[in-house]
Design a protein around this ligand. Structure first.
Ligand code: ADP
Length: 209
């Protein structure tokens, strides 16, 4: 089975995974996939859309089987249209796996080359970012203070343990409170060498000198 060559963007709500992922995903050779964005694009009137709304509006995770199935369908479709080219693109994955069970479910198909852990020492600054985003982007899950705080709790209890899945050398910590451009520079410093190595290997496999 083909394994997706993956760099995982990891961090709590508001840490900037989506912002960074979108910028990097616009560079040829990278493909950004945000699980939250995929969910938000689903028609809220559909069955899956209502399952998403029911959970996300409370700050809860969507059940694992539904999430992983939806993610597969999305990746397959993106591969089908050619938007994502698994052979040459590095997958910049954001928002999944979001708990240890999802990590186990995806283990066979994700080849995680590095985890970029966006670290936020100042929880209140992150929560403030989420409040401002809620106003701009009409995000129900960020609109209420108690829901935002609950999302942080879910992150600490369910998502953060995914980090122990990886060896220390695989995890690079990045200060998420720096400016977006500074965070981007740090992330590029990590992913460019990974992409170069990845392409060299592909060329060798193809027999190109
Ligand atoms: P943020 O980046 O602000 O943490 P996301 O946009 O990634 O938020 O996700 C928004 C909501 O979508 C989550 O609170 C959750 O309800 C749902 N969601 C996204 N990804 C997953 C996932 N891998 N498993 C379960 N639920 C998810």
């Amino acid at each position: 089975m083909h394994r997706h060559q993956t760099v995982l963007l990891f961090g709590p709500p508001g840490s900037g995974k989506g912002t960074q992922g979108r910028v990097i995903g616009s560079i040829p050779g990278f493909y950004h996939c945000s699980c939250g964005d995929v969910f938000r694009r689903i028609d809220p009137g559909s069955e899956l859309g209502s399952v998403f709304m029911e959970h996300s509006s409370r700050g809860e995770l969507v059940p694992d089987d539904v999430t992983v199935k939806m993610w597969h369908a999305h990746i397959r479709a993106q591969h089908g249209t050619g938007a994502y080219k698994p052979k040459t693109d590095l997958l910049i994955l954001d928002g999944i796996p979001r708990n240890v069970h999802q990590a186990e479910m995806l283990e066979a198909e994700l080849h995680i080359l590095r985890v970029l852990h966006l670290v936020c020492p100042d929880e209140e600054a992150m929560i403030d970012r989420l409040r401002r985003r809620a106003l701009k982007e009409n995000r129900l899950d960020d609109a209420k203070e108690d829901v935002i705080r609950h999302r942080w709790e879910v992150y600490r209890e369910e998502t953060a343990p995914v980090l122990s899945y990886f060896s220390d050398e695989m995890v690079t910590e990045i200060n998420a409170t720096s400016s977006p451009a500074e965070v981007l520079r740090e992330i590029l410093g990590v992913v460019i060498p990974i992409q170069n190595t990845h392409f060299r290997r592909l060329q060798q496999e193809a027999g190109t000198p």
